[in-house]
Design a protein around this ligand. Structure first.
Ligand code: NAD
Ligand code: DAU
Length: 336
């Protein structure tokens, strides 16, 4: 087992990265975290505000900055790489930042990992596998071929392949995890669940793409964090682990659940233009992670998790209201 003392968490001011930093603070007080984040539109320092100063440091910088990495990486024993451009719709409107951050950024981090001989864990997505038919009994496994559909998922697939090549060629000590759709606090209001909750709070009708029959495999972000910690500390060099919690639901079911929980008519939403190339279904088989590393998801009650998430957005309006208007303006311009 690896006992990390001093880790760099890239993208630690984003949704999943910041939840991971909170997880480390709450569960592993012996591990110091340096958050490296460029604070793009998706990064928010408030996500890690109030955490103990002797355990969490913040460095404002870009993962593509090789000079900065040369200063920062020595003295750390692992990089946990969350930073990315993460939103499919943005990648369709303007793919270039996705190439920069997701591909070049990963390349820079791998080069720093190679130079300083430290451990590297790569956070990726189930979207690298493309999609499954709605009636297909299959789920993604570690041996499913790569078949990404969007500019976003193709850059994530490219970054995974860089990790594998650097591991084989240079012998780096890496692991990769591919997780399904996360939900929970601190998720940007551009994403499906926070967008609909904050729409309802703002008196805007929720927006469903197409018929809403596309299936996503929802996992609470705290379960993603515990899985990443398990892989970071117990994972086998060069291995890939899929993370999921059997949370398949179609979008219209999730939307109606949100509407009902917020006291609205379950049909009170707008159908808007579908996403081009929209993946139909994702589904994860996490048997390898469960049997080989002993991980189990804990927050599998989706209704309870959704209730807490609705409460969080209701109680933390000041966290999201500044970005809500600009986000909706962008969607409106796209007919969504
Ligand atoms: P997010 O968009 O909420 O956060 C991304 C963070 O990375 C932000 O804080 C941003 O400022 C930072 N960042 C972006 N470009 C950077 C750069 N060049 N240098 C330094 N920092 C930069 O993303 P998220 O939803 O939290 O996703 C985090 C990771 O998890 C991504 O790698 C994503 O592909 C992966 N993932 C996400 C999901 C999901 O459901 N959201 C599921 C599986 C995997
Ligand atoms: O599967 C993991 C992926 O999950 C991550 O790699 C991505 O970073 C993350 O953004 C997420 O991608 P999705 O495209 O699945 O998530 P999103 O929240 O954008 O959309 C979820 C589903 O809801 C998708 O089928 C599109 C639909 N949707 C989305 C929005 C924003 C709507 O119907 N209406 C909307 O307003």
């Amino acid at each position: 087992n690896f006992s990390p003392k001093n880790i760099i968490v890239t993208g630690g001011c984003g949704f999943i990265g910041s939840n991971f930093v909170h997880y480390v603070v709450n569960n592993h007080p012996e591990t110091h975290v340096t958050v490296l984040d460029a604070l793009t539109y998706a990064g928010n320092l408030e996500n890690i505000a109030g955490l103990p100063e002797d355990q969490v440091d913040f460095v404002h910088g870009n993962i593509c900055d090789a000079e900065l990495l040369d200063k920062l990486v020595p003295g750390h024993d692992a990089i946990v790489h969350y930073a990315a451009e993460s939103h499919n719709d943005n990648s369709i409107a303007d793919p270039e930042p996705f190439l920069k951050t997701n591909v070049e950024g990963t390349f820079r981090l791998l080069e720093a990992t190679r130079k300083y001989g430290i451990r590297y864990h790569h956070i990726s997505t189930d979207e690298v596998y493309g999609d499954l038919a709605l009636d297909d009994p299959a789920k993604f496994t570690e041996s499913t071929p790569y078949h990404p559909s969007s500019p976003y998922s193709s850059t994530k697939a490219a970054s995974d392949l860089l990790v594998r090549a650097w591991t084989r060629t240079y012998g780096l000590n890496t692991t990769i995890s591919n997780c399904s759709n996360n939900y929970g606090p601190y998720q940007h209001v551009e994403k499906f669940i926070p967008r609909q909750i904050t729409n309802i709070l703002e008196g805007i009708r929720p927006k469903l793409y197409g018929e809403g029959l596309n299936v996503r495999d929802w996992i609470h972000t705290d379960d993603h964090s515990s899985a990443v910690w398990t892989i970071l500390t117990k994972g086998v060099k060069g291995e890939t682990y899929l993370i999921g919690a059997n949370g398949e639901k179609n979008n219209i079911t999730v939307l109606r659940m949100i509407l009902e929980m917020m006291g609205k008519d379950p049909d009170d939403f707008d159908q808007v233009k579908d996403r081009p190339g929209h993946d139909r279904r994702y589904a994860i088989d996490s048997t390898k992670l469960q049997t080989e590393l002993g991980w189990r998801p804990q927050f599998t009650d989706f209704e309870a998790g959704m209730k807490r998430t609705i409460e969080w957005y209701t109680e933390n309006k000041s966290w999201w209201e500044a970005t809500k208007e600009a986000t909706e303006k962008r969607y409106k311009a796209q007919g969504q």
